[in-house]
Design a protein around this ligand. Structure first.
Ligand code: PMV
Length: 296
């Protein structure tokens, strides 16, 4: 007997990753092309969950009651590459929270889903800023500043995005810790990078709202060296960024934790398919190519 189902999509951070942990604004948009589904079946429905899924199920059980997770089967079907910077862990926690709410017949609102998801994210990442959870819960583009209420981000029509997977997984917790060490060693330098990253994030926000692809690309190009300066780029990321620019992108950068993972390239919506084809032709794995969904 199917007892509960939940779904959430991936996300990309267009600007401000890592710096958001220290108060910079970050801009993220949903990536509906890749989604994750959780299906919880009652006792006897299949093998019991293990690892992170079981730990998240226990969190939901403690918060919202319901059957003992050890007696349930929890199936996860995901199109989101794992540990690639596309929000797979937040999507898992939100989809699982939705499925658990269905299981116990609870109409969980956005606030409850956020809290449940963040409790799971803390297990996975230590001290997440919350931006991944915000996009997974709302499915909307967001301007996120830690400690402030997230604001919807306006997105004009006609903006394209191509997502390239370097194929190298990385741990968010390890990358965030590496940035923290670098900040502790050179705090003045870090503050300068933080201020520049905030400016690039504001440019990205303005360009998205105005539908200005050239400005968006310039802001992505400006953000990439800042991420490299805090140590989260890799030679493979730099190669993917260069390949995207050479293939005609308006600009490109890593997205999310870095250390491998994915690279995003901005273009006009009408150019996204051709840009993706050129990148595939050059041997790159393209995860998604299409538009950034317009938002008011
Ligand atoms: O887990 P990822 O790759 O989506 O990265 C999360 C974004 C960070 O800024 C690196 C961490 C955070 O909690 O905001």
């Amino acid at each position: 007997m199917t007892a509960g189902r939940g779904r959430a999509t991936g996300k990309v951070i267009l600007a401000g990753e890592h710096f958001v942990v220290y108060g910079a604004p970050a801009i993220a948009v949903p990536l509906p092309a890749v989604a994750l589904e959780v299906e919880i079946r009652g006792p006897g429905g299949g093998p019991a969950p293990g690892g992170h899924v079981a730990a998240c199920a226990r969190i939901m059980h403690e918060r919202w009651g319901g059957p003992d997770p050890a007696g349930l089967s929890i199936a996860v079907r995901s199109e989101i590459p794992v540990a690639a910077g596309l929000g797979s862990s937040a999507a898992l926690s939100v989809a699982l929270a939705r499925a658990w709410a269905g299981l116990v017949g609870r109409a969980a609102g956005e606030g409850e889903l956020r809290e449940g998801s963040l409790a799971c994210e803390r297990l996975a990442h230590g001290a997440p800023s919350g931006i991944d959870t915000e996009v997974a819960v709302t499915g909307r583009a967001v301007r996120f500043v830690r400690g402030e209420a997230p604001r919807p981000q306006a997105v004009a029509a006609g903006i394209g995005l191509v997502v390239i997977d370097t194929g190298m997984p990385a741990s968010t917790r390890e990358m965030v810790e590496a940035v923290a060490r670098g900040r502790a060693e050179a705090p003045v330098r870090f503050e300068r990078l933080l201020a520049e990253a905030s400016e690039r994030a504001d440019e990205v926000a303005d360009a998205l709202a105005a539908g200005d692809v050239a400005r968006l690309g310039g802001a992505l190009d400006g953000a990439q060296p800042l991420l490299a300066a805090v140590g989260v780029s890799t030679p493979e990321i730099e190669r993917a960024v260069a390949a995207a620019r050479a293939a005609g992108a308006a600009g490109a950068k890593l997205t999310g934790k870095g250390g491998g993972g994915t690279v995003i390239a901005a273009c006009r919506e009408s150019d996204a398919a051709a840009l993706a084809e050129r990148l595939r032709g050059a041997g790159w794995a393209v995860v998604a190519a299409g538009r950034i969904a317009p938002a008011a």
